[in-house]
Design a binder for this molecule. Structure first.
Ligand SMILES: [Cu+2]
Length: 236
């Protein structure tokens, strides 16, 4: 074997090793993302958080702002989609949506507060003139081409039904309506409909990964996750 052939062979070997390393790296990253979404409870047990706090003396008061947005392909999404807090944090949710056509909800089961997973907390940014969108079959619960009133169906941090506190911004400067006006999803160029609602979620006492979703667009992938990290310093 000549020197040049040996060098070439070494180069090929190095290249092959590099490719293998890349594949292993990419696989590890993909696996970590996978773990992050569905296997987190066992992974979380290795996380060491030790912040002394309790239900009556929460670790921190955290106000989490969640916006409606569209992804690159025009699908309804939350921003942010992934939220991490620690066991013992005291949470308040602000939900902002400025969709021109569709209503959206922030809906999460209250397992993170120690309730049964069938107990829901829900904010509803629906409004007169908006629609439920294309993922609900006409004639089934929730379907609405044009809501004709203010939102209902909201639940508090104990799962009880409460009046929705959804409000509308004065959008007259943007070609929209005032705070009590209707949204217009039938205009060829719909004006914005800036809505917000606020809900006190309370102290999260149960570690885990909890999905939140939009009642109207869950089938379209409008989902997100709140991760509650276990905290050794938390006492109920
Ligand atoms: Cu939605």
């Amino acid at each position: 074997m000549s020197q040049s052939q040996a060098a070439s062979s070494t180069g090929r070997t190095a290249l092959a090793l590099g490719v293998v390393a890349l594949i292993i790296g990419a696989s590890a990253l993909g696996y970590a993302v996978y773990l992050g979404l569905s296997q987190l409870p066992s992974e979380l047990s290795a996380v060491t958080v030790n912040v002394p706090c309790s239900t009556s003396q929460p670790c921190a008061n955290k106000t989490i702002r969640i916006d409606w947005t569209l992804d690159d392909s025009g699908q309804d999404r939350y921003n942010p989609q992934y939220i991490t807090v620690i066991q013992g944090d005291n949470l308040t949710i602000i939900f902002n949506t400025n969709d021109t056509t569709d209503a959206h909800t922030f809906t999460i089961n209250l397992g993170l507060r120690g309730f049964s997973s069938s107990t829901l907390f829900q904010l509803n940014n629906s409004w007169t003139g908006l629609s439920s969108g294309g993922f609900i079959t006409p004639g089934t619960p929730g379907y609405n081409l044009n809501f004709t009133g203010k939102p209902d169906g909201c639940n508090d941090n104990n799962g009880n039904t409460v009046a929705c506190n959804t409000q509308k911004q004065d959008d007259t400067a943007n070609g929209g309506t005032g705070p009590s006006g209707a949204c217009n999803n039938t205009a060829s160029t719909p004006p914005p409909c800036n809505l917000w609602s606020i809900g006190y979620l309370g102290v999260v006492n149960t570690p885990g990964v909890y999905e939140f979703h939009c009642f109207y667009h869950q089938k379209g992938g409008m989902v997100g996750y709140i991760t509650v990290l276990p905290n050794k310093g938390f006492t109920a």
